[in-house]
Every structure is written in structure tokens, then in C-alpha cells.
Design a protein around this ligand. Sequence first.
Ligand code: BES
Ligand code: MN
Ligand code: ZN
Length: 501
Amino acid sequence: MNGWNDDSNSLFSWSLSSEAVSVGGDEALVCFMRQKEGPPSQLPQELADIIRSLQDNQVFTAGVGEVELLPSLGRSPYSYIIVAGLGPDGSIQDWREAAGAAAEKALGRGISRLTASVDSDKAGDERLALIRALTEGFVLGSYTRKSYKKQASARTRLEHVRYLLAGDLSEESLREVVRTAYVYAAATNYARDLTNLPGNELVPETMASEAMRLAAEYGLECIVHDERELLELGMHALYNVGKGSLYPPRMIVLKYQGLPEWNNSLGLVGKGITFDTGGISLKKAEGMEEMISDMGGAAVLLGVMKAIGELKPQVNLLAVIPSAENMPSGGALKPGDIIPTLSGKTIEVINTDAEGRIVLADGVTYAKQLGAERIIDVATLTGAVLVSLGDVATGAVTNDDAFLKELLQAAERSGEKLWPLPAYPEFREMLESTVADIKNAASNRWAGASTGGLFIGEFAEKTPWIHLDTGGTAWLEKKRGLDPQGGTGAMVRTLLHYILH
Ligand code: BES
Ligand code: MN
Ligand code: ZN
């Protein structure tokens, strides 16, 4: 019933094989091909000839993400052959994207069983890295958004992937790599599902129920504060953003302790605005529906916690999700209001549409109170980041360059794009208020992604902190590469690479 509980993205089964076996049924052999190279050696002669002639005619050029599907007409043990292009280089990210395109193509034709031919000159760890990338690509590329149509067909999913490889790899190491890759990608798909939920299905209370469900499934600790407790605890920032809605706000915390002592913990803080109308500073109608994705940061955190619950690493981790619906009403927050926060600092509200930073103020303070020694917040915070980096890269603001450097390396490994934005003191000065400790919007839109980030940094204070603005990347207007139209789950894999090394 619940979109996010629907298990149609659950683990495909997989197996290993050292020779091409006759499997029967509709199974496709997926092989990979670099640009300017001949057809893969695994192809039977006639099919290799077809690929060659498609190449000659520039119909198939083996670019990254380009795929060709051929029926094998009895010339191979497999009913279909999929040739996936790797571009000129065949980088890890190219393999990931090629696998994603192959999975999408197969499912589009109703083929849900694949044999991946990992015939490469790479050995050992490098080969394992390819298999990891392939697996991630298969899971990410097979994602489809739930349909609400009366005649909707069930979501398609891969049923089985067979890895065809001769050689030197132990089954043990393969098992480990395929599982990790699967968990990372499935966590991303889960975040995509959450992000795609319409605002009438997901409100702060249902987000809290979902966090509790995850906690029960994986043995995590979960704390949820309702609106009455927000007032008792002094979380006025979150309370005020949520008070205009019929659906009351929630502060949601998931805690995972993988070390004997509760120390060295990383605090993740995710913006959980289940719908952002702008509030009294109402947004224009055009495109407002996209604001169902304004809890994209929270979705990323739930995805990360799901993966952590699966993998149970030796780390300490907090996920703090301030969740509210930003609505205009007779009881709503107004421009000019001055509100206290959990930190004791006060905020002058200039624009109720700059609500994410307000709820994150309490989120970041709470993470610190709960013992976080480093903080990463993830938020669809600004439209300004879209102006700077488009829907291509997530923007980062930090008070600790060494910390950010580590995260940038994790992003590199994941294949996700992350780019630093400056944190000049002049930007912070743009948020000086004459009556309160800080105002929530500058008098102009200049450097909006940096000022938005620095507002949050005010509450991190001396704690090493990174802000990830996914305002451009959490949601895509149209599919690109491994990312579907709609929710993308951007930063789930980067964070997992950072946390698990
Ligand atoms: N959720 C929006 C940011 C956003 C807009 C993300 C479009 C993705 C696409 C955020 O709450 C917001 O409205 N920010 C304002 C801040 C401004 C009023 C200082 C913005 O970016 O316009
Ligand atoms: Mn807003
Ligand atoms: Zn918002």
C-alpha cells in the first residue's frame, strides 16, 4: 500500500558462471565494448558482423550509455545479446553507466534475466571494482518510479544476474563486492522512492513512521518528537516553520552505534520539508509541484541509514531529520517574525520561503547536543545552486576544508558530482540582522547558495561541518545517465563511500 514499502526493488538473485551456459527462457548476454574497438569477442560471428556494420554506419558507436539489443536467433545460448558502449576510456563510471543503460534496455523489452560478461584485461582488485560498478549500474538503471495509473502494470525489476567470468577471483570476494554494490544502489533507489512520494502521501508524521519502521527492521534507535515536545525542548525554529500546516512538524532521529563507546560520531542532518509552498512568501504556481522533493535531504539520510542497517559497520552515526510542511495559513509563520531556536540564537524571518535553513538550525543544534563530532547536512536548500551548478552537481559549503576534501574524494569514488562553493565572511555579513542574531535571507539573491549554507554554518559553530545543497540534483526534469526523471537519491552513495571508506 505504501509506495515506499513496496518491495519491487528488492535484491535480485545472482550467481557465477565460468562458461556460457544454455539457460533457456528469455535471458540476455550483456557484453561491453570500447569505442573504436571491434565487437566483443564473446559474440558469435554473425552478430559481430551486425555490430560491425552498425558501427560502419554510425548507428551504434559504443558511446557511454549507448546500447544495442539483438535477438540471437539461435546463434548463442542466450536469446538476446546486449552490447553496451563504454566510450573511448572505459572508466569505472563508464562501466556503471553502461550497465545502467543495459538494464534499462533489457527491462524495456521484458527481459529480466541477464548474464554479464566481464571479459576484461583487468585482474584482481581492478576487476572487482568493475564488477562493483556493473552491479551498481544494474540496480540504479533498473529503477522505475511507482505508477498511480488505474491500469498501472507492476514495476519491473531484474530477477537474476549471472556474472560470467573465468578466473582468479574468489567467490568470497565477489560475494562481498556484489552485496556492497547492491546495498548502495538499493539505498539510492529507496531514497528515490521517498523523494517521489506526493505531498498528500508523505507528511511529517508519515516520515516519522517510516523512520520507525526502518529502526525496527534494522535494530536502530529512533526518537520522534511531536509538536508539543518541540515546544518543551525549545525547538522553536522547526515548530514555527511547521505551525501553518494541518500536518504538524516532527523532529526525527535515527541512531546507529557500531562502536563500543558513543564517540567520534558523525551527525547527518537532512531537510525534511514534505512540501514547500513557500508559506506566506508564497511561491509562484509554475513548477511548484516539484516541491514534493523538498524532503530530498531526509530521503538521502533514510537511504544511508537503511544501507548502514544492512552492512552494520563499526562507526557511530546519527541521522537528524527536522520535518515540516511549509504552508500559508492564519497560523503560519510570517515575514518580520523573530523566533528563538534550540541554540538560543534568534532568527529574524525575512522570507518564509527560506524555511529549510530555519528547520536545519534546530536540526544541527540537536545533532550537536546528541554528541555529533562532525556534521554533514543535506538539503534542497536553494534555487541559487541551480543557477551555479545546474542540475549536474551538488554544491558544498564548509567550515573545514580538510573534512570537505575527504568527502570530495568519496564523491569521486561514487561517480556523483560534488563541487565546493566559497564561504567568504562577506557572505555571512549579508545575513546580519539589526534586531536578531541572524536573518534568514539577504536583501538580494547574490551568492544565494553560499549565504544559505552559511546560515546553517552559524548553528554548527566550531563543529566541523559540511553543507550539501542538492537543490539542483535531488530532482531531474528528465532522465540523464543513471539518474531517472524525478527523485535521484543524489548523495546517498557519496555519503556511504565516506562513512564506509
Ligand atoms: N526548497 C527551496 C529551494 C529550491 C527551489 C530547491 C527550487 C529546488 C528547486 C527553498 O526552500 C527555497 O525556497 N529557497 C529560496 C530561498 C530564498 C527565499 C532566499 C530560493 O532559493 O528562492
Ligand atoms: Mn522554500
Ligand atoms: Zn524549501
